[in-house]
Design a protein around this ligand. Structure first.
Ligand code: NIG
Ligand code: FE
Length: 410
């Protein structure tokens, strides 16, 4: 028996909407049929396909809400150590600086593959339990050919969305020799990492890499078949957005400090702006005005940016709550940005929506509406998660077939 019917759904967010109507594709009293790993049918519960009682597993949602699994398009999950003391100092007034990355590089280089793998799988389980069914993972805490290769290889064990971020920061041994480090990144390091990755990223910011250096990194990645995404305008305004748009990057991430020109350029482009509210929260920086960005026509995604320095949360519901409370997004927009927006940022059309043929990645909330994700901040509202049609949490409401795995590989 490989089909599952989830019925009596009080509010179903499909993300299959119409521009003139409800763009979030919201259905009430709905049902979803899962067949194997894919969605086979979506519609009104009254019209759900009828089958013999034992033909499929039936889940009664009891009037609660179902949304697509979250698509977290920005994370750094392969690292050693943590930086709790740095966070504590920041909360006492110290400023966040890109250089903190180097302390995690030292801890990561010192960790064994097994230590890194165990940690990584723990984060994947943690994310799945909070409703995240697709995760992008960056390297960037190795910063040597061997260590970066180790990190992309480990990431590729758990997700197809692997990003090579050798240009995260200039490592200590290349201090004052940044251009030589870029030679390494665009040469032997890229050669070693590209076969394991889909994306090329660079931290284009004061204290990390200049626009010229960033361009070299991204263009070298493109020449190796990778698609660009860019960390930019996190600590101050800069030319990273312009570069990202010019190179048709899938996404520019952070965007805490955008100029009017950046916003116009993004609105006229296919590049998604991925906002990372956990970073502003954990570095005490101003939240970007998502309302203004959306109204200007920019496509906005939300991601957690899970990492030990700037944002050590893996909770998409937490990021949604901030986006609604402090960034001017409606709850529906925030859920869209965390699902369909993330899928666009990863150029995926099989996740982030609930439609026939899409992957059966769904979240059943223990709440009647998606609004509750922001309305009840900090409360664990994820009751059940289906990943490729398999119920992965041993939660109440899961009748059978639960299977907990720390991998989103497919
Ligand atoms: O996305 N901005 C650059 N990279 C990470 C921070 C990493 C760190 O502080 O360790 C980010 O915020
Ligand atoms: Fe990041």
């Amino acid at each position: 028996m490989s089909t599952t019917l989830i019925t009596n759904i009080g509010e179903l967010t499909t993300n299959v909407g119409s521009p003139e109507g409800d763009r979030f594709g919201t259905l009430h009293d709905a049902a979803v049929l899962i067949d194997g790993g894919r969605i086979a049918w979506v519609g009104s519960a009254d019209a759900a396909p009828v089958a013999a009682p034992d033909a499929h597993r039936i889940i009664d949602a009891g009037g609660r809400a179902v949304i697509p699994g979250f698509v977290d398009s920005h994370s750094h999950l392969v690292f050693g150590g943590d930086r709790a003391a740095e966070f504590e100092a920041r909360m006492a007034g110290q400023k966040y600086a890109a250089g903190g990355i180097r302390s995690t590089v030292a801890a990561t280089r010192a960790a064994s593959d097994d230590e890194l793998r165990e940690r990584l799988r723990g984060f994947m389980r943690e994310m799945l339990a909070q409703g995240t069914t697709t995760v992008e993972i960056k390297s960037g805490y190795g910063l040597s050919v061997t260590d970066e290769e180790r990190l992309v290889t480990l990431a590729a064990e758990v997700t197809p969305e692997v990003t090579f971020l050798g240009a995260h920061v200039v490592p200590a041994e290349y201090a004052d020799r940044a251009d030589e480090y870029v030679d390494l990144v665009t040469g032997p390091m890229l050669d070693a990492c590209a076969p394991h990755a889909k994306w090329i990223d660079v931290f284009c910011e004061t204290g990390a890499f200049s626009v010229e250096q960033s361009r070299r990194v991204l263009e070298a990645g493109v020449a190796k078949g990778l698609t660009p995404r860019v960390h930019a305008s996190q600590l101050g305004p800069g030319d990273g957005v312009r570069l990202a748009v010019e190179l048709s990057a899938a996404s520019i991430d952070h965007g805490t400090y955008l100029t009017d020109h950046d916003i116009e350029a993004l609105a006229a482009s296919d590049t998604v702006l991925t906002l990372l509210p956990g970073v502003e929260f954990s570095t005490r920086q101003p939240y970007p005005d998502a309302r203004r960005l959306i109204d200007a026509g920019v496509t906005v995604a939300l991601a957690c940016d899970t990492n030990p320095g700037s944002s050590f949360t893996s909770s998409m519901p937490f990021c949604i709550a901030i986006a609604v409370r402090d960034m001017g997004m409606t709850p529906a927009e925030a859920v869209w940005a965390a699902t369909a927006g993330g899928a666009l940022a990863l150029r995926r059309d099989d996740v982030g929506l609930i439609a026939v043929g899409a992957r059966a990645d769904l979240v059943l909330l223990s709440a009647p509406t998606r609004i509750h994700l922001a309305y009840r901040p900090g409360v664990p509202l994820v009751d059940q998660v289906w990943k490729d049609g398999v119920a992965v949490l041993a939660a109440p409401g899961a009748t059978s077939g639960t299977e907990n795995h720390g991998s989103l590989a497919r």
